[in-house]
Each structure stands twice: as C-alpha cells, then as structure tokens.
Design a protein around this ligand. Structure first.
Ligand code: ATR
Length: 271
C-alpha cells in the first residue's frame, strides 16, 4: 500500500485518517493513511523519515510554518494563502506544497450547497490566516464584490490590498459594514469562544447564505444568530473539512472521491 499521513501536535482529534480511509475504500485506492504525533521541534526529522517511503502528508497545527519551510515548490494558491496543508512527493523526490482549504470551502458552497458566488456581494468576517487561505478561490468565482471586515481594521485593509489584483475587494471595520449581502463567511475565531463579531443585523436579508468556517455538533453561535434573522441558509465548515481532504486526495491520487457520504458519516458521529 502507498503511505499517507497527517502530522500535528496534538493529533488524536484529527478526522483526516477517517476521511481519507473512507475515500480510499470508496475509490478502491490501495493506501494507508495514518496520524503521526510529532514532537514540537521534530517536524523536519519526522517528515524526512516519512518521505523515505511515504507519498503525501497533511500538516496541521502547529507545523504549518515548518511545512512551508520544508517544501521545495508551491502552488499559486499556497503562495497566496501564505500557508500549506498538503505536501506531495514528486517523481524526482522533491516536495510540492499546496493549500486546499480555500478551494474546499468554495466547492462546499458552490457544489454541495448549490450556492453560486459569481455576481454576489460577499462579506468575509475576520482577517487572520483562515481568511487569507480562502480569498483567492473566492475571488476566482468572480463575486460582484468582497468586503473583508475585521476587529483590527488595518489587517482587513492589508488583506484587501494583497488580493486586489484578482477582483474587487475592500477592507473595513465591523462598524463600517453596509449591508445587505448575499453570502456571509465567518472566518473569525470568535465562534471558538462562543462569541459573535459585532456586526449589524442589516447584513442579512431573505436571500442571504451564511457560512461559518467552524463546525460542531450544535449550530455555531454565528449560525444561530443568522437563523434568528431568517437567513436563507446557514452552513458550517464540516463540508469544507471534507472537501479540502478530497482536494488533497485528488492531488495525490488523481481521483476525486465523493464527499457527500463522508460528510454525513462524520456529521452523524459529532458529539
Ligand atoms: P485563524 O488561523 O483562525 O485565522 P488568526 O490568524 O489568529 O487565526 O485570526 C483570528 C481572526 O479572528 C482574526 O481576524 C481576529 O481578529 P483580530 O485580527 O482583530 O485579532 C478574529 N477574532 C478572534 N476573536 C474574535 C472576537 N472575539 N471577535 C471578533 N473577531 C475575533
């Protein structure tokens, strides 16, 4: 069997082995995908040792920076994201880095949930690493406009400048948001602490789709808020998790697995 793995610390909560094993079974690919707990200063050694036989790695916290340093070449979306989550060993032994998070989210929104981004007014909340990772794939869908709003306004403005060559994008503070929007993506880590970014209710109208990049057994605080305002749809990031894995799987194996059965299986197992 061909070898793949995810490296992180901690790693025991990672759903990647479950997801990739399901993909392998579904597509009849002969591979083994394991989770490797890597000591904090040992990424390079562990990656060297893995790639003696292994073909591909996913990398999660806190090794994304190490993975960046480790790679020899980068996809354009990894360069734009400033982060990598997927390493691919090439025929010549060199290591290629990719970032599949953004395309995973876009595929979840546009394909799984049949919600076009093209021509839409899009509000993105947050301006950290998670948001940087999705902006190129979102802008490539050709939205009418992307507004990035963040607590620290300067970070939203800087992000908007970095991506302004791809499409119309502006940065602002939460109190400067002028709604409504067709699609709102919550990329702040506020949900983690059960907090809601302070945004006006006027951002939501009857046709608004809300997407929280976080997920859990219960609807996120942001999605509960959006539901209370009768948003057209409230989606969470579980589909993004599975789709980014599907994109990595496709990069490694040249086969695109079906995500829907895996999304429902994991949804059912959330507690
Ligand atoms: P990640 O990798 O999840 O993006 P990050 O780079 O630390 O993590 O970014 C976290 C994002 O969530 C930032 O946009 C942060 O706002 P600031 O840039 O002003 O720090 C945002 N965030 C975190 N907690 C928040 C809260 N309670 N309310 C609003 N925004 C919050």
């Amino acid at each position: 069997s061909d070898l793949y793995a995810v490296m992180g610390n901690p790693i025991n909560h990672s759903k990647s082995p479950q997801i990739h094993s399901a993909f392998a079974e579904q597509t009849g690919q002969d591979l083994i995908y394991s989770a490797i707990l890597v000591p904090l200063e040992k990424f390079k050694e562990e990656a060297n040792s893995f790639f003696r036989n292994g073909l591909g790695l996913n990398v999660t916290v806190p090794f994304k920076e190490d993975a960046w340093q480790y790679a020899d070449t980068y996809s354009s979306r990894a360069l734009r994201a400033g982060a990598v989550n997927t390493l691919i060993k090439k025929e010549d032994g060199s290591i290629h880095a990719d970032n599949t998070d953004g395309i995973g989210m876009v595929r979840d929104i546009t394909i799984n949930h049949d919600c076009a981004i093209a021509g839409k007014r899009v509000l993105v909340l947050g301006a950290g690493g998670a948001v940087r990772g999705i902006l190129e794939p979102v802008l490539e869908e050709k939205p009418l406009e992307v507004v990035v709003a963040n607590r620290t306004v300067s970070k939203a403005q800087a992000l908007a400048i970095d991506f302004s060559d791809i499409g119309k994008i502006v940065g602002c503070g939460f109190d400067q948001i002028e709604g409504p929007f067709d699609l709102i993506i919550n990329g702040t880590s506020a949900s983690l602490s059960g907090e809601l970014p302070p945004i006006p209710t006027s951002v939501i109208h009857a046709e608004t789709t809300c997407y929280d990049m976080m997920y859990g057994a219960e609807p996120t605080v942001f999605n509960q808020w959006a539901e209370s305002l009768n948003a057209a749809a409230t989606l969470d990031g579980l589909g993004m998790l599975v789709e980014q894995a599907a994109e990595s799987f496709n990069a490694w194996r040249g086969v695109r697995p079906e995500s829907a059965p895996v999304i429902s299986r994991i949804r059912d197992s959330l507690v």
